[in-house]
Ligand binder design. Structure first.
Ligand code: MD3
Ligand code: FE
Length: 229
């Protein structure tokens, strides 16, 4: 058992990337039915994950997509894996090619696949094989409005999310847009598995506070692993 003070210190050290602080996994937290938070689960793989993100981004650069309503998203996005999530004036969809260059998305790095599968199995989903990884990049002020993820074919499959870099406040709502969301602080290394009855809940991210992370700089990176097709 750790006191509340210890937990506050641990969160603060991880938020700033304090290399001398303990950053490893620290047990599963049950957020809601179907939603499991694995604090620090991705921290042991941080170096290889960040290198792999660089390689993906070299081939498929971050871009600010435009919603069907014509709004430029404040979050910059790219994808890897067989399918990638895209939005434009025509709508939202998964596509096997990057519309920016007409080429297939970069393949999913082995370290991504392993992390996603390990996290899903910790949360009770033993055969999760994602075919899509959406990579979101937030800078201070960027936000993601409340939405549902409904473009995937099988809602029985979970989504695994990995947070890296500066902290964010995640909004976790209900099955109706008007349901009051709970707020969850997500910081470097945190992994959440969203399955079962949590899979279709509304969620979003409040505008990011300005901060620095020693490895990632003034950004938050979020990986979401999905079985899209
Ligand atoms: C809860 N990304 O890319 S990850 C998204 O932090 C997205 O970048 C956010 O929402 C981010 O679609 C949140 C956490 C997340 C992802 C998918 C979910 C939570 C979810 C699907 C259902 C319920
Ligand atoms: Fe989402």
């Amino acid at each position: 058992m750790s006191s509340g003070g210890d937990e506050m210190k641990r969160l603060r050290d991880r938020a700033t990337g304090d290399l001398l602080a303990p950053v490893g996994p620290s047990g599963a937290e049950h957020l809601a039915e179907g939603a499991v938070l694995l604090r620090g689960f991705a921290a042991p793989a941080q170096t290889i994950l960040l290198a792999a993100i660089r390689e993906v981004v070299a081939r498929a650069p971050f871009r600010h997509m435009v919603t069907p309503g014509g709004f430029r998203m404040s979050v910059a996005m790219t994808n890897c894996g067989a399918l990638g999530w895209v939005t434009d004036r025509k709508g939202y969809r998964y596509d096997s090619v990057d519309p920016q260059n007409g080429e297939p998305w970069p393949r999913m790095p082995d370290a991504f696949l392993k992390l996603a599968r390990d996290a899903a199995s910790h949360a009770g989903f033993s055969d999760f094989v994602p075919d899509a990884c959406l990579i979101n990049r937030y800078e201070p002020g960027a936000k993601l409005s409340l939405h549902q993820d409904k473009n995937e074919v099988d809602f029985g499959e979970p989504i695994v999310s990995v947070s890296l870099g500066i902290p964010a406040v995640f909004l976790f709502g209900g099955l109706n847009r008007g349901d009051k969301p709970i707020r969850v602080a997500l910081t470097h290394g945190d992994v959440v598995v969203w399955g079962g009855p949590a899979r279709l809940r509304y969620h979003g991210v409040t505008p990011l506070e300005d901060a620095q992370h020693v490895l990632v700089g003034r950004y938050r990176l979020n990986l979401t692993f999905r079985r899209a097709g």
